[in-house]
Design a protein around this ligand. Structure first.
Ligand code: NAP
Length: 544
């Protein structure tokens, strides 16, 4: 970075124009009246929904909950077509929001932020982009997404592959023609289980390379009736209120019964009903203890295994698909449409790469320890460097030139998952240490954006120049995040929540497992106490 200070100055720079960055821009510009710019790498709004155009991509949260609640008219005027929102429809929704609030004029597209350094001499962030922009901003706010840094595993030989390959998170806008092709999909997480049935229906032959069998619950996707949507719109105030004050960002309510307090028949009936209803309700609404008690969890896990055995015709394939090495829900619960049924198709094979790992990508396909597979297209549904990856791709430096990626070398640290100590006036929307990915994202994002916006307004009213998380407050919060995670079953899986999918990444549970409701209460208390845990510094008095 240069030291020249004659550059454009803004109140705030925001990184990313997805759900988070768009609402942040609205708050900064239209509510607080500040000057703000969003830098976005894509050529339009949408964030994760701009990049993830793979076949079958859709959100696992129900449509009527996967939207902004901050504007009542917006909620009333938008009508979803299905139970779950499909990627093109979410993109249309976000484009509508951008038009409605005239957001695009505040967003600089096709621009990646490469560096953000805190200038102690100016109390400003100096931000650089790959397009040569240099901007000074009082506030540096990230809306970079939790699962945006795609991960293609380092497998020997990829550079020699003569076929076509794609990562699900960077899918070509023009789509991929699978007709008549031999396709390989590596990875069976959320992206893989959505893409596999659709690719199987289009390709000549599909080979799925599975490392860890996971639990997936049917989505029961379909259209929604006008009556249902009308009812939702009438009740939106109540629904949004419940959502805001819930643990998982849904209005479903918390189950009270233990899975161990009912007999086998009743338990099976409850699981069966939730299985028929589909989606996250199976995890969230059946029993109170399946996410914390291993014995209770085993009952849900065994129910799902029984469904897999029932669905798959070939017992050997069924056996390969049975998840056994981690509790249900300890990795992100998968929601699918015809995933298990797909293995009954004649043109689909499942290859277990846990026991016979991929050794090499060849010119014509790939080689596992057990043999060669000829493939015209390889799809990497191999996930992300979650929560911290997008930060590490930017050169972020705080006080004394401290690099964020060094501060986070042993795992991410930030007060409330929002503010890293030593990085004044930096705020992370859904950063590591916040409920983020463990909750339905839009209400979680709205909570963060509104907290940040209120904080910035407070600083203006009180003539504060900088807000910086105190090291003790950060330590306490990080300890609380770790303690909360240790009381759950999340620690028992090799998940991306724990960084286990990235070789060499420290094993730290990154999201906050205490729930959005508890988190919101904590943030509100902190704000009411004058932003306790932050060192607030006033502006220098202006000399007469
Ligand atoms: P993921 O959950 O991390 O799954 C990646 C898959 O690739 C896993 O099966 C993993 O196996 C496998 N894999 C990774 N590295 C590999 C390697 N070197 N060799 C072989 N296999 C490898 O990634 P994702 O499916 O993209 O989902 C990421 C997150 O994005 C989700 O958890 C969810 O939060 C979000 N998402 C949401 C939706 C939705 O709402 N519908 C859709 C897509 C994604 P292991 O299990 O053995 O690591």
């Amino acid at each position: 970075m240069t030291t020249d200070t004659s550059r454009e100055e803004l109140d705030a720079v925001v990184v990313g124009a997805g759900f988070a960055g768009m609402y942040m821009l609205y708050q900064l510009r239209d509510v607080l009246g500040l000057s703000a710019r969003v830098f976005e790498a894509g050529d339009d709004v949408g964030g994760t929904w701009y990049w993830n155009r793979y076949p079958g991509a859709r959100c696992d949260s129900e449509s009527y909950l996967y939207c902004y609640s901050f504007d009542k008219d917006l909620a009333q005027e938008w009508t979803w077509s299905g139970k779950y929102p499909e990627q093109p429809e979410i993109l249309r929704y976000l484009s509508h929001v951008a038009d409605r609030f005239d957001l695009r004029r505040g967003i600089q597209f096709e621009t990646r932020v490469t560096a953000a350094h805190f200038r102690e001499d100016l109390n400003r962030w100096e931000i650089e982009t790959d397009q040569g922009d240099r901007v000074l901003a009082r506030y540096f706010i990230t809306g970079v997404g939790c699962i945006s840094a795609g991960q293609v595993p380092e497998i020997q030989g990829l550079e020699n592959y003569e076929g076509e390959w794609h990562h699900t998170g960077a899918w070509p806008h023009e789509g991929v023609d699978f007709a008549g092709k031999r396709v390989g999909v590596i990875g069976t997480g959320s992206s893989g289980v959505q893409a596999i049935p659709v690719i199987a229906s289009q390709a000549d032959h599909l080979t799925v390379f599975q490392r860890t069998p996971q639990y997936t619950v049917p989505a029961r996707h379909g259209t929604v009736t006008p009556e249902f949507l009308e009812e939702v719109k009438e009740q939106y105030d109540e629904i949004f209120e419940k959502t805001r004050f819930s643990a998982g960002g849904t209005p479903y309510g918390e189950p009270e019964r233990s899975a161990l307090d009912v007999d086998d028949e009743e338990r099976r009936d409850i699981y069966e009903a939730a299985w028929e209803e589909g989606g996250f309700r199976f995890l969230l609404t059946t029993f109170s203890d399946i996410r914390v008690d291993r014995r209770a969890n085993d009952t849900a896990a065994e129910f799902i295994r029984s469904k897999i055995r029932e669905t798959i015709d070939d017992p050997d394939t069924a056996e390969k698909l049975l998840p056994r090495d981690h509790p249900f829900g300890s990795k992100r619960t998968l929601i699918d449409t015809n995933y298990y049924e797909t293995y009954n198709r004649d043109n689909v094979d499942l290859v277990d790469i846990r026991h016979a790992p991929i050794e090499e990508i060849t010119a014509n396909g790939l080689r596992t320890r057990d043999g060669d597979y000829e493939l015209d297209v390889i799809v990497f549904a191999t996930g992300y460097d979650g929560m911290t990856g997008a930060f590490n791709r930017i050169d972020i430096r705080g006080r004394d030139g401290e690099r964020l990626r060094e501060k986070w070398a042993e795992g991410p640290r930030a007060y409330l998952g929002l503010s890293p100590a030593g990085f004044p006036n930096m705020f992370m929307i859904t950063g590591p240490g916040s409920p983020s990915v463990l909750s339905n994202m839009p209400p979680t994002i709205e909570q963060h954006v509104e907290y940040i916006s209120d904080f910035i307004a407070y600083m203006g009213e009180h003539n504060f120049e900088t807000a910086e998380a105190e090291a003790d407050a950060e330590d306490e919060w990080v300890a609380h995040v770790n303690q909360t995670a240790s009381e759950t079953l999340y620690m028992l899986a090799d998940s991306w929540y724990l960084g286990a999918n990235i070789p060499g990444k420290p094993r730290v549970f990154m999201p906050y497992a205490g729930g959005l409701d508890v988190y919101r209460e904590k943030c509100d208390e902190i704000a009411a106490a004058g932003y306790e845990g932050y060192a607030l510094h006033s502006r220098e008095p202006i000399e007469a």
